[in-house]
Design a protein around this ligand. Structure first.
Ligand code: ADP
Ligand code: MG
Length: 683
């Protein structure tokens, strides 16, 4: 079979391109362009119109122009530093083509005396004569020159001409690909084929035409392939038959009655959804999404309790040791005495650990809390029925799939995240899971008052902090890392600590990335016990920990953070029932756009809304959780501008699922869009 009639041509290595040397391929590889397919998504940024030619007498100096000329005379001075020249003319005048560092043979070949040549470049005027230096666009075939030539942003080390040649070669050789979309879908894009879309994508006239059919179709392909993989993973997991969990639903009421609050409607609703899954014969693979402070922990502990009552064990994994311990202590407080609860801590000694492992295997432990250490091979369960993973927005699709596989067929999986993200992103990132959302916050909670302050007004802030301390409250003081990339620069936090320590002797502690885990835990526990008043830190306090007595958070250099991240940080306070405040500090006056963003934060306490708005202003790449999610970012599709395509893809996936349609025809799509590795066993 001719490889070019097959999509596999597109996946082949760059070396299969004709006339492209190893140097060029290596340059491209440096830019993560490895296959022919990869090149397709590097879009032209602009183009130079060389299509109109002029006569020599009408040439405009310092502009790129195209002329057709006749070479007359060579002048090769053979003196160092003097350039070679070719005198050329047309019926209206003369021009010198000037060459530095070009061989005579080459010059003679491209500008043969007496033959018409079309040439394009920036025109200069020197010693009473027009001249063109080192012309790159030269051909006896005028149509090659007389067109619009694309510029790509990737051409460092590669000339535009060579790059355009590569693109043209690829476009000329695009394999005839069988359409993978249904007729209905295709119609939405005016039936444009994948090939034609790619061609159009690289036509100079189409730069920036994001709304046209060709662009929309290609964006849709990307979204759809992601959703299809998600759907296949979901289907696969759903097909797993497990032992239904049987428990007395009324027992959970006893625990609920011990709480000093009643559950919100959303907490009840999500708890029902999870309980239903536990009782079903289909394996649960569910995400519990809820804003910071929406009360996910209690929902997860109740489902853990029900799982235990049905005779299974539960593992709860938290991102930090402190959070694991906090959950562990809560379980100890809430669960009846007959339930055996353990904590696998990094600090337990060898004997203790061995003992914990033994008890897990002997079913002498019902529920265990810990960090990712719980996933070591040697941690084995007798009868694991539920894994709960808290705050794990860093898990990507394939990691989750592995987790589910590893958990075994009778083990349900519940992930929790406090990273509210726009729905289009949720569909993209978590489409392989069922979704439960807690939108409502406990109504005992007063919204956090949010202020912005210029840094030179820090004394006002200090006054405010003093007042709060007098009232018995505690304060978080967050300083961003100066160099985010290196993750080591704590100078601003250290300086602030020294400054505050003078004002509030013995009342200030410092936490940063270099603080050892043990020390960190000691400090956080002291803070929890109200042993000191101000905790200065870099952003490590972001996740999950509950400090009901802290009601002020000061965030320095707040424009270094994304809105969602600020919202997360703000969520560290306002967890008790006191009035609480978030003070955003800025180095200088805010730009209009920055003001808009901050106002969103001031006006709303709804993480979902904030992330939608933030995304509209900044693009989706910055939304917390997206970059870390481990999924490939889209090349064309954009969750804001292509919102409708996400919805369309979602509908189409549902249709395919409902009609149990065979998905073999999508195999090329999945292979090309590099998602097939996840579903190897499907396609
Ligand atoms: P998150 O969803 O961020 O993990 P948590 O589960 O840590 O939130 O809950 C935050 C705080 O809210 C905890 O102190 C918890 O006891 C409290 N809480 C949870 N549910 C309710 C409720 N329905 N009413 C009042 N307080 C609640
Ligand atoms: Mg939490």
């Amino acid at each position: 079979m001719n490889i070019k009639s097959n999509y596999k041509y597109l996946l082949s290595d760059l070396s299969s391109l004709k006339g492209i040397g190893i140097k060029t391929t290596n340059l491209l590889k440096k830019k993560k362009v490895n296959s022919i397919f990869d090149i397709l998504w590097k879009l032209p940024k602009s183009f130079t119109d060389r299509s109109l030619s002029s006569k020599i007498k009408d040439l405009k100096i310092d502009e790129i122009q195209t002329i057709t000329i006749m070479p007359q005379k060579y002048s090769f001075p053979r003196v160092r530093n003097l350039p070679n020249r070719v005198l050329c003319k047309d019926e209206t005048g003369e021009i010198d083509c000037v060459f530095f560092n070009s061989y005579e043979g080459y010059i003679k070949k491209i500008l043969p005396i007496g033959k018409e040549v079309t040439i394009s470049g920036k025109i200069k005027y020197f010693r009473n004569k027009y001249q063109l230096t080192n012309p790159k666009y030269i051909s006896q075939n005028s149509s090659i020159i007389k067109q619009k030539h694309n510029s790509y942003s990737l051409t460092e080390g590669i000339s535009e001409k060579v790059y355009n040649k590569i693109i043209l070669q690829i476009i000329d050789n695009l394999p005839a690909i069988e359409e993978w979309h249904s007729k209905d879908i295709l119609q939405k894009f005016n039936n444009i084929s994948w090939n034609d879309s790619i061609k159009k994508l690289h036509e100079p006239e189409n730069i920036g035409k994001y709304k046209e059919n060709f662009y929309q179709r290609l964006a849709y392909d990307e979204i759809f392939s992601t959703f299809l993989v998600n759907s296949e993973i979901r289907k696969k997991i759903k097909r797993i038959k497990k032992t239904k969990k049987k428990f007395n639903i009324y027992l959970q009421k006893e625990i609920i009655s011990k709480l000093d609050f009643s559950l919100t409607n959303d907490q009840n609703k999500t708890l029902d959804e999870i309980n239903k899954d536990l009782c079903s014969e289909k394996k649960m693979f569910r995400l519990l999404q809820g804003d910071v402070g929406s009360g996910k922990t209690i929902v997860s502990l109740l489902s853990a309790f029900n799982t235990i009552n049905s005779g299974f064990q539960v593992a709860v994994m938290a991102p930090t040791e402190i959070l694991a311990r906090q959950h562990f202590l809560l379980a100890k407080k809430l669960f009846p005495k007959n339930i055996k609860i353990e904590l696998l801590s990094g600090k337990s000694n060898y004997r203790e650990k061995k003992n914990i492992l033994r008890k897990l295997l002997n079913m002498e432990t019902d529920i265990i809390f810990g960090t990712h250490a719980l996933f070591q091979k040697k941690v084995e369960f007798k009868k694991l029925g539920l894994i709960i993973i808290d705050e794990q927005h860093k898990f990507g699709v394939s990691q989750r799939k592995r987790l589910s596989d590893k958990a075994g067929k009778n083990c349900d999986v519940l992930l929790m995240t406090a990273t509210p993200i726009p729905r289009t992103l949720t569909m993209t990132i978590y489409g392989d899971m069922d979704l439960s959302i807690i939108r409502q916050k406990p109504n005992t909670r007063k919204p956090v008052k949010t202020y912005s302050k210029l840094e030179n007004k820090v004394e006002d802030v200090i006054k405010f902090v003093k007042k709060e301390i007098r009232l018995g409250n505690q304060i978080f003081w967050v300083c961003p890392l100066i160099e985010e990339s290196k993750k080591i620069d704590h100078t601003s936090a250290v300086k602030k600590f020294e400054y505050l320590e003078k004002l509030f002797p013995k009342q200030v502690f410092l936490l940063h990335g270099k603080t050892s885990i043990d020390e960190k835990e000691i400090i956080l526990n002291k803070f929890l016990n109200n042993d000191f008043k101000i905790l200065v830190s870099t952003t490590i306090i972001e996740v999950g920990i509950d400090f009901p007595n802290a009601n002020v958070i000061v965030i320095e250099n707040a424009n270094k953070f994304g809105l969602s991240q600020l919202h997360q940080l703000r969520g560290r306070v306002g967890r008790g029932n006191k009035e609480s405040s978030c003070i955003l500090m800025f180095k200088s006056n805010l730009s209009e756009n920055a003001k808009k963003r901050i106002n969103i934060l001031k006006d709303s306490n709804d993480g979902f809304k904030i992330s939608e708005e933030d995304m509209k202003l900044r693009g989706f790449g910055d939304i917390l959780g997206f970059k870390q999610s481990g999924i490939k970012s889209f090349k064309l599709a954009d969750p804001i501008h292509n919102h409708n395509l996400f919805i369309l893809a979602e509908k189409e996936i549902k249709r395919i699922e409902n009609e149990k349609e065979d998905i073999t025809r999508f195999k090329p799509l999945l292979k090309l869009y590099d998602r097939a590795d996840i579903i190897n066993d499907i396609a």
